[in-house]
Design a protein around this ligand. Sequence first.
Ligand code: PAF
Length: 278
Amino acid sequence: MQVYRTVSEFRAFRSAVQGTLGFVPTMGYLHEGHLSLVKAASLENDLVVASIFVNPMQFNSTADLAAYPRDEKQDLSLFREMGVASVFVPSVEEMYPPDFQTYIQVEKMTQKLEGEYRPGHFRGVATVVAKLLNIVQPMRAYFGQKDAQQVAVIKQMVQDLNLPVEIVVCPTVREADGLAMSSRNVRLSPEERKAAVVLHKALVAAKAAFYGGEREPERLREMMLQVLHQEPLARVEYVSINDAVTLEVVITPTASPLLVSMAVFIGEIRLIDNIILA
Ligand code: PAF
């Protein structure tokens, strides 16, 4: 497995690639969720390329960026074991040289949900993903459903800018107790880790009610809030019911698939999770 740290080195590798290329962009500190993306990419492509880049542009606070866990050695060895052909690991200066001044802004759908609480986050995500897609030039790129709004924003960008890539969305991978896998989970204390299962419990409550016939979005939201408020370590930032494609807030029963999502602080750690109900 080759590791490339500059765009020009990666481009030299890319120009010699024949066959289909699947791409898994990551910020490292890999878990089973990332590995499921690599597995899916391996099944559908001749060759898999991954990237590791903790993108400063998508963080809202320098403290959050500084606290983001990193373990490049371990990440590279996991990618190697999984048969990844090459990994692009650029520095911040390589991706954003001093004269960098071009950004991608997906407008409407970034104003709500995560975008409302993390201003500028999706501008950072869209910009770095567009750059990575241009550098790697994959046929398919793989993202997790756990970041549901990120997936919607990237799909919109690919459609609007006619980027020649297929976006493949893979299911959220969960711990045995239901907690969605996330690189942030390692920052939870043992007590917080136990409490964090409440996000999944709230989704399970909404799912049971929905398939039991409840279609009033506000009732579903209230049920989730009731579950979340039972956990003393949980502080809810939002619980929202949106159209799964447009991300518009849904206030009356609809036949369209619903994105049921939330952001909840467990202690100092902000966790997100979601489910699609259809
Ligand atoms: O989901 C992530 O890990 C990041 O947002 C991504 C897509 C690698 C862009 O930095």
